[in-house]
Design a protein around this ligand. Structure first.
Ligand SMILES: Nc1ncnc2c1ncn2[C@@H]1O[C@H](COP(=O)(O)OP(=O)(O)OP(=O)(O)O)[C@@H](O)[C@H]1O
Ligand SMILES: [Mg+2]
Length: 316
């Protein structure tokens, strides 16, 4: 099945489950599209008080069998059994990420390509860290490993003090779903879902209790300045707005780490600056830590720390 056909199927399942259960998002007050000038004025609300964190002692449960998109999501991606969030990571005051002498090689045919050649880095809580470097220098390869999407050929990556490579697949997947948010250059939104539904979907996938969805989705869209776009689907939004939905989606489940691969690459400089302002805001309000890659020299000054890569190494 093609991706589009798959997404259409998912969307129709969500719709039919909603109509059966009478479940509707409470988005009264959501307004229709405004002029571009008005859109700019709606951007970035004042820093909001974060919603009380109350997941720490909670058993995150399997999706409710009778509920909407969970059925479709579960069918595509078999979920792990319930894991208590408190069991995933013990308390740790040190860096969110510690990377020690990480190497990564790929085999293509009979050739071995040595892409990362001894990376050492640290990312501390509530920092905005950027990886810069030429195309092919290894930024995405490293970012994927920081998020547990890929494993080093050698070396260690500690996430909040825990060596992820020693964890089993199931526990690592659970950690990724609950503690890490991903943002990509091309937004990666579900095209048939509204901004609200896109953010809500990430809460479903992270097993966040349904009772929290409404408040959390509203809060996250507010944080990125999109309270007036909640009903819009991606094609009804500008690139900067779509990227801000993607940010709301990535932080909705309260990850401690946000990883962003070239999040401003598709945007003009003004929209890129807006995205960086949103990043700064969510670090403060959500106490999240951000590691991102970029080619754009104009946004580097926003970073707390910049690592420059060349040919698989950091330049001192
Ligand atoms: N799975 C893979 N198999 C083989 N080679 C790979 C693989 N993934 C990445 N590479 C190679 O590793 C090198 C670094 O790729 P990577 O995507 O990390 O670069 P990058 O710094 O993110 O570049 P860009 O700025 O263009 O996104 C490239 O030469 C690429 O071809
Ligand atoms: Mg890349």
């Amino acid at each position: 099945m093609s991706v589009i056909a798959g997404m259409k199927k998912l969307f129709s399942k969500i719709k039919s489950a909603k109509s059966q259960s009478g479940d509707k998002h409470d988005i009264e007050g959501a307004e229709q599209p405004e002029s571009a000038q008005q859109q700019d004025q709606t951007y970035i609300s004042e820093a909001k008080i974060p919603v009380e964190e109350n997941l720490s002692d909670e058993t995150l449960t399997e999706p409710n069998e009778s509920s909407s998109a969970e059925l479709a999501v579960a069918a595509q991606d078999k979920k792990p059994k319930p894991v208590k969030k408190r069991d995933l990571l013990p308390p740790y005051d040190g860096p969110v990420l510690e990377v020690r002498n990480v190497h990564r090689s790929f085999q293509t045919g009979s050739r071995i390509i040595h892409v990362l050649k001894g990376i050492d880095m640290e990312v501390n809580p509530q920092q905005l860290v950027m990886l810069k470097g030429r195309s092919g220098s290894g930024k995405t390869t490293l970012l994927n490993m920081l998020g547990g999407l890929d494993q080093p050929s050698s070396g260690d990556i500690l996430f909040s003090g825990q060596p992820l490579q020693d964890w089993g697949d199931r526990r690592r997947t659970a950690l990724r779903r609950r503690e890490i948010g991903f943002i990509f250059q091309a937004y990666a939104l579900m095209p048939l879902l509204s901004a609200w539904e896109n953010v809500e979907l990430s809460l479903r996938m992270a097993d966040v209790p349904r009772s929290e969805w409404k408040e959390r989705v509203g809060h996250c869209l507010d944080l990125v300045g999109l309270t007036k776009r909640v009903k819009h689907r991606p094609f009804e939004m500008s690139g900067g707005e779509q990227q801000r939905v993607a940010i709301a989606k990535a932080i909705a489940h309260r990850p401690r780490l946000l990883l962003a691969d070239e999040p401003t690459a598709e945007l003009d400089s003004k929209m890129g600056a807006q995205v960086m302002a949103v990043f700064r805001n969510i670090i403060e309000v959500e106490q999240v830590t951000i590691c991102m890659t970029t080619h754009d020299p104009t946004i580097l000054e926003v970073a707390d720390h910049v690592y420059e890569m060349a040919d698989g190494r950091f330049i001192k």
